[in-house]
Design a protein around this ligand. Structure first.
Ligand SMILES: NC(=O)c1ccc[n+]([C@@H]2O[C@H](COP(=O)([O-])OP(=O)(O)OC[C@H]3O[C@@H](n4cnc5c(N)ncnc54)[C@H](OP(=O)(O)O)[C@@H]3O)[C@@H](O)[C@H]2O)c1
Length: 338
């Protein structure tokens, strides 16, 4: 197959590229060239900014891609431009979306008042009513017009080009720019005897996905000759609570300390979101439709993430443990008095 990828060189993308190359497909990547990928000489690169994608229309249309995989559609305009360029010049489009489209996200982040949404979230569940969740909250350029709901609607409502949107969970693994497990790994590496966890956060559940497994779900979707336009959730089959996750990291690192659950008021950093709202995705559809299964076990995924973090830790720990030590002392004193 001829596959054009918009993006593809940073975190999740390289694993998708590797899997597609292993299956012998012909790949062209469109990106700015700020990040690079050294997987194969056979990959074609077109350098440019996606904000000016239409300036590359002729070159992109000549590829006659069977599938366009858009790794980075953030705005309605991004999706409209893809449709304008590729309708009649490509077979299908697969667009990467996010679980932040669900109404549960605005309850979780207290963007709007509302009842806690039932989980696991199915593809047909209600979407957010407030648009532009990051506008004014994140400084980066993309945040102003970021709206995956509008990306999805634009792609799915278009009849000229079949489209699939994939709703990603929180993705972790080597090269994760958000370093979601860093805090715990650093503290365990520092041989802290205890890790303090907000007792409400400890029981909060969210779907996550190990990067290589998420990439394989993306590659699988690209390769299926699926002409229906629809959305699919991606994520772990059985998400863990935060406490279970931290304990798993501890096991992988042979950490001998203890996780201590403490009430929110005793912690310096308050949890800003509503921990009553779990954020768990129902992934039955992709599992049944495409027979999707994780190739890498959770333990192995955590192990690879831990190894990468250990190889990339800062020279000095960024945590000041004196505050935590004080909290523990107070808790010990309180226990002695009881
Ligand atoms: N990580 C998560 O937890 C998570 C959760 C939910 C959804 N997602 C979704 O996952 C996608 C991103 O994943 P990723 O970063 O791992 O993807 P990736 O495809 O590996 O990396 C991003 C790519 O975009 C290119 N790029 C960035 N800005 C560009 C621009 N203005 N014009 C052209 N190319 C540009 C980068 O290359 P250059 O730097 O060379 O331009 C790079 O190839 C997004 O759609 C995001 O919303 C992620």
């Amino acid at each position: 197959m001829r596959i054009l990828i918009i993006g593809g060189t940073k975190f999740i993308g390289p694993h998708v590229v590797r899997l597609l190359l292993e299956e012998g497909h012909e790949l062209t990547l469109f990106h700015r060239g700020k990040t690079s990928i050294n997987l194969s000489e056979s990959i074609q690169h077109i350098y440019g900014d996606r904000n000016e994608l239409d300036q590359h229309s002729n070159t992109l249309q000549k590829i006659k891609a069977d599938v366009v995989l858009d790794m980075i559609p953030y705005s309605k305009k991004d999706a409209e431009t893809v449709l304008k360029i590729f309708s009649g010049f490509a077979g299908r489009v697969v667009a990467i979306s996010s679980a932040d489209v669900y109404k549960a996200y605005e309850v979780l982040h207290r963007i709007k008042d509302g009842p806690v949404q039932e989980t696991p979230l199915k593809e047909t569940d209600e979407l957010r009513s407030a648009l532009y969740p990051y506008r004014g909250k994140i400084e980066e350029d993309f945040a102003r017009d970021y709206e995956k709901i509008l990306v999805e609607k634009t792609i799915l409502n278009d009849i000229s080009l079949p489209g699939t949107v994939l709703r990603l969970p929180m993705v972790y693994g080597p090269n994760d720019p958000q370093r979601r497990m860093f805090e715990y790994i650093q503290k365990m590496k520092d041989e802290r005897p205890f890790i303090l966890l907000d007792e409400q956060l400890a029981h909060w559940k969210t779907s996550m996905g190990y990067v290589e497994n998420v990439a394989s779900a993306i590659a699988m979707t690209v390769l299926k000759k699926d002409t229906a336009s629809h959305a699919l959730n991606i994520g772990e089959k059985e998400p863990l609570s935060m406490l279970e996750r931290v304990k798993k990291i501890g096991k992988v690192m042979s950490w001998r300390g203890q996780v201590i659950l403490i009430p929110n008021e005793n912690l310096q950093n308050k949890i800003p979101f509503n921990t009553h709202q779990d954020f768990v995705l129902d992934t039955t559809k992709i599992r049944e439709r495409f027979n999707y299964k994780e190739a890498i076990s959770r333990d192995e995924g955590i192990k690879r993430t831990v190894q990468w973090e250990l190889d990339n830790l800062p020279n000095e720990t960024p945590f000041d443990y004196s505050q935590e030590d004080k909290v523990i002392q107070t808790l010990n004193l309180e226990n002695e008095h009881h």
